[in-house]
Design a protein around this ligand. Structure first.
Ligand code: EPZ
Length: 423
């Protein structure tokens, strides 16, 4: 069984270079389907979610070449419009291809991407919005087929913020007939990156990064070269590593301006943070202070994707505090795992109540999803003794090599096969 073994108690010092953003590259890969020509994507993270997305795109007859962190994608021969069910089940982000595929081929059939441990992850907003743009969607037991002779612009008033729905409707709108408005649009930096990619390729989008996006449909997009921005969630994860373990680290290429709410929370816990052009310096020399109440929210609020990492840090802070999850209905899966390490935390509804402890002790833990798995590695880095986090594959969905990254700042951890562990 794939796992990570962490030797706790080291004080991090050093520098980590932050990888390209998973949540920026996935919709941009979908956007390349709209382009009849070869795009070059630079700073693409080498992670399993990207690997699955590229395999899925190849099954749709895209020609893809990869050289390290640089990809070329030629979607000129895009054909097929039934997405292989095994890829969709492995890769729920495949839903992001829907809008682009409809815009390009006019017809898609796929199974429902399904939920995951953090929540149901429904796609009702995606389907409602596409229907408003002229798509005929026939829903079946485990999937649906969607047909559109020509996508037409529409006004969408999203009842609540959805990153994926905003991205899908954007991708459906850029080549549609007429104008599209997305009200209550997501404002995440990944939306801004997607709009920047599309506008560079010839789209006509206004309002990226605001809650009202206006898209004037155009006839055609042209191939471009584009560099994926750094991953704000990975940067926040390693900032939280410093909160958990103390020490001082430099996060090279960390997008400081995209994690203002995270930096604010870290400063409230006693971290000293200095932003510069090429990254952020984080120092945690004193005992961590507790945050009375940390609430997740859509951007620019505190990101749900860093909720678990900061929960791990809060278990080691002085005093009592609480962390409230407002985006997903089941994102506290690491609570029982942290309790196994001695954390004094209880979960009630969408809030975890924390009594900070001076120490955690190592344990054998089970990762159950991406960001929770990374948070358990951080907790193990700060704990006394050795920790093993099983199901490493969840973490590899979004982190290129968390062991190598943490090793750069002196945290000792390594990939193991748990069957060989004799702790
Ligand atoms: C994106 O997921 C990210 N994934 C998630 O990151 C992130 O946590 C999330 O946005 C919120 O920021 C990618 O970008 C690949 P949503 P997405 O649509 O688009 C509900 C990670 O760890 N909803 O903004 O799926 C939904 O259930 C991942 O990198 C509906 O009810 O999130 C959730 O409660 C995890 N109906 C809320 O909205 C819909 O049609 C926000 O979801 C769509 C969403």
């Amino acid at each position: 069984m794939d796992a990570i073994q962490i030797y706790g108690g080291n004080c991090p010092e050093g520098q980590i270079k932050i990888q390209g953003s998973k949540n920026a590259v996935l919709p941009i890969l979908a956007a390349t389907l709209l382009i009849d020509g070869t795009c070059e994507i630079k700073n693409c993270p080498i992670i399993s979610d990207v690997h699955h997305m590229l395999r899925l795109m190849e099954s749709l007859c895209c020609t893809i070449n990869r050289k390290g962190h640089t990809l070329t994608i030629d979607a000129a021969c895009l054909s097929r419009c039934d997405m292989p069910s095994d890829s969709v089940s492995v890769m729920r982000s495949s839903i992001m291809l829907l809008g682009a595929l409809l815009a390009r081929t006019g017809s898609v059939s796929m199974q429902y991407p399904g939920g995951c441990v953090i929540g149901q992850r429904p796609i009702d907003l995606h389907l409602q919005g596409l229907r408003k743009m002229g798509v005929i969607i026939e829903e079946k037991e485990d999937g649906f087929s969607a047909e559109a002779v020509r996508l037409t612009g529409a006004v969408h008033r999203l009842p609540f913020v959805s990153v994926g729905a905003t991205e899908n409707l954007l991708l459906a709108a850029v080549l549609a007939q007429g104008d599209t408005v997305i009200e209550n649009a997501a404002r995440e930096p990944e939306i801004t990156a997607l709009c920047d990619f599309l506008n560079t390729a010839g789209a006509d989008i206004e309002g990226a990064g605001t809650n009202r996006i206006l898209i004037h449909g155009v006839k055609k997009l042209h191939a471009i070269s584009y560099r994926i921005p750094s991953d704000r969630v990975v940067a926040g994860t390693y900032l939280a590593a410093c909160l958990c373990c103390g020490g001082e680290v430099f996060l090279k290429d960390a997008p400081g301006r995209q994690i203002v709410s995270v930096i604010k929370a870290a400063a409230a816990m006693g971290a000293r943070i200095y932003e510069s052009e090429d990254g952020i310096q984080v120092a945690c020399r004193e005992r961590r202070k507790m945050i009375p109440l940390l609430q997740t929210d859509s951007y620019p609020g505190f990101p749900t994707d860093l909720q678990s990492a900061f929960l791990a840090a809060m278990t080691l802070a002085d005093g009592e505090g609480a962390l409230q999850e407002t985006i997903f209905e089941n994102r506290f899966r690491i609570v029982p795992q942290l309790q196994k390490m001695g954390a004094d935390i209880v979960c009630r509804d969408n809030t975890v109540y924390v009594k900070g402890r001076r120490k955690l002790h190592g344990a054998v833990l089970q990762a159950q999803e991406l960001r929770g798995g990374a948070a358990l590695v951080l907790a193990g880095s700060a704990a006394e003794g050795t920790t093993v986090v099983c199901n490493r594959h969840f973490i590899e969905r979004g982190y290129e090599d968390i062991c190598k990254d943490l090793g750069e700042i002196g945290i000792r951890c390594k990939k193991i096969d748990y069957r060989e562990y004799n702790g």
